[in-house]
Structure formats: C-alpha cells, structure tokens
Design a protein around this ligand. Structure first.
Ligand SMILES: [Zn+2]
Length: 281
C-alpha cells in the first residue's frame, strides 16, 4: 500500500515564544472504525487508499528560558493494528535534536491526556512485544511532568482499560507527576484550559506572547479534533471519545474562538490553522 510521507515540522512565533510541531510518525486507519457513521464523500481529501491518515507528534513551546513539550507521542513503533490499520513512530528525539535540543534541555512535559499515542516517549522502554519491556528512567529526566488530576486518577484506576501501560508509563511517573487544572499558568503566557470529553481529564494549552497585550494566541487542542472534517461537522465523534456529548461541546468551544490559531497534532499535513468563514450548521 502506498503510504503518505510522515508529517512535516512546522512552527509559529508569538513574540519570543515559538510553538513547533515535532513529528513522531503517523497511522493509517480504517475510517469506519475510528469515525463510525461518518460520510467521507464530503471530505474526499482525508482518505488515502481507503485509509484515514493521522499524524503523531509533540508540540515544543520554546521561550528564552524554557523548553516545554506538550505530549510525548507514540514512540518507537512499526506496528499493525489487526483489522484496523498500521502505526509507525520514533522520530521525536531526532526531530528534537534538529532543534538543537537534547532530552535534558526539556524542563517541562505536559500531557493533554494519557492515551497511549501521547505518552510513549515517557520512558525509553518500548511497549511492543518484539522489544524488551524493561522499565527505565524517564526520558526527560530533568523535566517536571504535568497532567490533570482527573486524568491521572482515571487511568490509575485498575478497572480502567485502554490507557497507558502501567509498568512502562504509569509506574515510572508515579512520584514525579504533578497536577494542573483549568486556569493554571505553566509558564508566562502558557495556560491550562480544561477540555474534557475525549478523555475525562483532557486539557488544552493556550500560548500567548507574555510581552504583548495583543489577543493572538495559539490553542493546542490536541484530541478535541482528530480531523479537519470535525471543523465543518463538530458532531463527528472519534471512536475513543469517552463522553461524546462532552467531546462535541469541547469542539464547539474551541471552534468559537476565531482569534486563536488552533494546533491539532493528529491532523494530516498542516497541524496549525485558523477557523474562518461560515460553518454549516
Ligand atoms: Zn491521540
């Protein structure tokens, strides 16, 4: 099967703050499985050879004295998802080096949520069976690691399934993880916005130029949006949305802020964009 090229690095600047998308990989997925009931004939550019393409990556927020990573992507993966697709990753650290940064230069990691495609660079250990499953130190050992308390408690519950690997992700983070909530400031101009629905404690990150009173901002929405098709149709649910009504409300909320540039790490091609014009009801 012809596969699309990996997504590209892209960057925006707000004063002396830059927001850079660092690709890690991508997945080709069965659209009917991941967007049940969607009519893709209205969005023909989203399907390649019958598959929906989703990017994986991290956002680097770089300030004169800070280096913040938003999410830790999918890690070293080249994996068939039986019956539903294929995923591959592993580019993040190389792309970080391309920014002339090492893992020890990262002072803050913030997770928008703890689904597996957002946490796998937490440690060096690969979660895939063909490679050793040895718990290791945190990859970004000098960084604070932040997540919403609601999110952490949800996935820490032993009865919850479908979340991060307990041995390779949750256990190494225990003792290091710190909690943030709606309205918290992570760094000057970098704030937490609660956007639950995809997962119970999902957050977004707003970025502004701390030296400017201008309204421009970048809103990292993460998994509030998986496809640009959800901009014209916010009712379009993703299969792993835990609360579909709440996830739709989160989409409506972020799309109601046209002054913001939206950053959505799963989009194919361009991950930054501004919502303009009339949207169909
Ligand atoms: Zn995701």
């Amino acid at each position: 099967m012809l596969r699309p090229a990996a997504p590209q690095r892209s960057q925006l600047a707000l004063g002396t703050t830059t927001i850079t998308y660092l690709p890690d990989g991508f997945a080709t997925l069965d659209p009917g499985t991941f967007f049940p009931g969607a009519d893709w004939s209205a969005h023909p550019g989203h399907i390649h050879d019958g598959s929906l393409v989703l990017s994986f990556g991290s956002f680097l927020i770089r300030m004169p004295d800070r280096n913040i990573l938003v999410d830790l992507a999918v890690g070293n993966a080249d994996t068939d998802l039986p019956g539903v697709g294929h995923m591959q990753g592993g580019l993040l650290l190389d792309n970080l080096a391309g920014e002339r940064l090492s893992r020890d230069d990262i002072d803050t990691v913030v997770y928008t949520h703890l689904h597996q495609d957002h946490v796998r660079w937490t440690t060096d250990a690969s979660p895939f069976a063909s490679t050793p499953r040895t718990p290791t130190d945190l990859t970004f050992r000098r960084a604070r690691h932040l997540v919403s308390e609601r999110e952490w408690q949800h996935w820490s519950d032993p009865s919850t399934t479908g979340g991060p690997d307990r041995d390779l992700i949750l256990e190494p983070l225990t003792g290091a993880i710190e909690f943030v909530q709606d309205g918290n400031t992570i760094a000057p101009g970098v704030d937490v916005l609660s956007l639950p629905g995809h997962t119970p404690g999902h957050i977004g990150i707003t970025v502004r130029d701390p030296a400017s009173s201008a309204p421009q901002s970048v809103l990292i929405v993460c998994d509030v949006l998986h496809s640009t098709a959800q901009i014209s149709d916010p009712a379009l649910a993703f299969a792993t949305d835990t609360d579909r009504a709440q996830a739709r409300a989160a989409r409506e909320h972020v799309l109601a802020h046209p002054a913001s540039v939206i950053a959505a790490g799963h989009f194919t091609g361009a991950v930054f964009g501004r919502v303009t014009g009339e949207r169909p009801l």
